[in-house]
Design a protein around this ligand. Structure first.
Ligand code: ADP
Length: 359
């Protein structure tokens, strides 16, 4: 059977089935494919992808090369290079936040590592190349400043709060505004006002992701948030222990009640591998969250073992260090990549339509 000749047209045809992860639509009509060179049997393509999709750039590059090789078997060398494709976010919600995805990280109860996972998600997305904001909405116990090792006070500029910048992340927390160790008694309207102000009056800039560390349990803040802006969805963190799982199930039910999509469950403190003998201990039981996620039809994003260095880095404000440690980084990166993959799948199922700004 004759094979397709190596030419510009066939390169484009080969990539027409490649979906842009952000829009779920083919990269071809959006002019994201630039054929750089065809030299005999060598094909060089540069493919434009947005920073939103940066956690998947390498996977998509490989997929593009695979498509090219299968369509053009005569090509001896195929090389795809990813370049940044600029597509600014639309303004969303009544507050006009310029973010592509807003992800609430929640848990049924405190102490399961929700803030740690929220900070790691934000770092993981950022370190891949995405523009990320991290908002600490856990007003009862704001621990993001501690986990990131920042305690500056945000400055006001043109009446807008400037988020604190840490390792390229834009961070806002009540912890920056309240002296450490001081407690605030929150009444409903105050809480609503504070969260609204944090979102509306902060100069977030253009974001690919806004990660929100939610307070554990109650649904008030989820409701406030969902009135202010469309949440892309929630990630629920739990431990494999039965009591934690029961609370996580309640949190999931609460999100379903207020129509916030469930993006996935993360099982934290899944097991402990003894650094001395290498033996694994299932301290809180094993596999509970994965099973419960399947029963509840919620994607399972992965597990994070109990790790002493992860705890130490949390205390030392060195969340970034978790991405340089082979004992923690692969777990955290996997969670980030499965999360973004899940978002891509839903974009492919219903590509987002351009929305009108309310402001
Ligand atoms: P939450 O936000 O659910 O209250 P935190 O993220 O503040 O929980 O975590 C509680 C404590 O547990 C912190 O000291 C944190 O460093 C520690 N921690 C979280 N996850 C792990 C883990 N996988 N291994 C070891 N310590 C962890």
């Amino acid at each position: 059977m004759p094979v397709d000749p190596i030419n510009h047209e066939n390169v484009i045809a080969a990539l027409s089935d490649l979906a842009d992860p952000e829009t779920g639509r083919s990269v071809v009509p959006m002019e994201q494919v630039h054929v750089v060179e065809i030299d005999g049997t060598r094909v060089d393509v540069s493919l434009g992808l947005t920073t939103w999709a940066s956690p998947l750039w390498e996977d998509i590059r490989e997929e593009a090369e695979r498509l090219l090789r299968s369509k053009l078997p005569d090509a001896a060398e195929v090389s795809v290079r990813i370049v940044e494709h600029d597509r600014p976010p639309e303004k969303i919600g009544q507050i006009g936040l310029a973010a592509k995805s807003v992800i609430a990280v929640a848990s049924g109860k405190g102490g399961v590592g929700k803030s740690t996972i929220a900070a790691c998600l934000a770092y993981g997305l950022r370190s891949a190349g995405a523009k990320v904001g991290l908002m600490d909405a856990d007003v009862y116990g704001p621990s993001i400043p501690h986990l990131l090792g920042v305690n500056e006070r945000p400055q006001l500029f043109n009446n807008r709060l400037q988020p604190i910048k840490k390792d390229g992340l834009r961070v806002m927390s009540m912890g920056f505004l309240v002296p450490a160790g001081e407690a605030i008694v929150w009444r409903g309207p105050m809480l609503h006002g504070a969260i609204t102000q944090f979102l509306r009056d902060t100069e977030w800039g253009d974001l690919d992701y806004l990660v929100i560390d939610m307070p554990p349990g109650t649904g008030d803040i989820a409701l406030t948030l969902s009135q202010l802006l469309p949440l892309t969805g929630a990630v629920v963190v739990c431990t494999p222990q039965d009591v934690a799982l029961l609370d996580a199930v309640k949190a999931i039910a609460m999100f379903r009640q207020v129509h916030i999509p469930l993006l996935g469950m993360v099982e934290n403190m899944s097991y402990f591998v003894c650094p001395d003998c290498g033996r694994r201990y299932d301290i809180f039981g094993s596999g509970g969250a994965r099973r419960r996620a399947a029963e509840l039809d919620v994607p399972f994003l992965g597990e994070v073992p109990i790790n002493i260095d992860l705890r130490k880095r949390g205390d030392a404000g060195d969340t970034a260090g978790n991405f340089e440690d082979a004992a923690t980084a692969p777990f955290l990166r996997e969670i980030c990549s499965l999360l973004v993959r899940g978002l891509c799948t839903s974009h492919a199922a219903e590509p987002p339509l351009p929305s009108l700004s309310v402001l």
